[in-house]
Design a protein around this ligand. Structure first.
Ligand code: FES
Length: 128
């Protein structure tokens, strides 16, 4: 999978359902955890959910309470995005860098913008 928006490339080779090789190239330097990939290679047959996460380039830990799905491409929920906003991701690209949301087809970017507008803390101005 090539993602022109982020400049990332993800490749996986499965043989008889087993993950044999994986290649991830990024401009951002955000790579999937090595231990997670090693665990995927330990499966005799890679489960369908793990195949999806492999394409997304991130482990399935986001299955926890992530809120309503906002980004269908990368399976990112509203709570994950709001958490990223609270940690300082104050524009769509920053949210994308933090969560992956909005970095593929881009159709979720307006919803990400709404979440930023609704959850970003206003900047404190100097009183002077
Ligand atoms: S739905 Fe978010 S990038 Fe496609």
């Amino acid at each position: 999978m090539d993602d022109a928006a982020t400049g990332s490339v993800r490749r996986a080779v499965l043989k008889d359902g087993r993950l044999e090789q994986a290649l991830f190239l990024t401009v951002s330097g955000r790579l999937p955890p090595r231990d997670w990939l090693a665990g995927l290679m330990a499966h005799e047959t890679l489960p369908p959910d793990d195949r999806m996460m492999l394409l997304a380039g991130r482990p399935a830990i986001l299955r926890a309470d992530v809120g309503t799905q906002v980004c269908a491409c990368l399976k990112v929920g509203a709570k994950t995005i709001v958490r990223a906003i609270g940690e300082g991701a104050l524009d769509i690209d920053a949210v994308g860098a933090a969560t992956g949301a909005g970095t593929s087809c881009g159709s979720c970017r307006p919803e990400i913008a709404r979440l930023i507008a609704g959850h970003a803390k206003p900047k404190v101005r100097d009183a002077a």
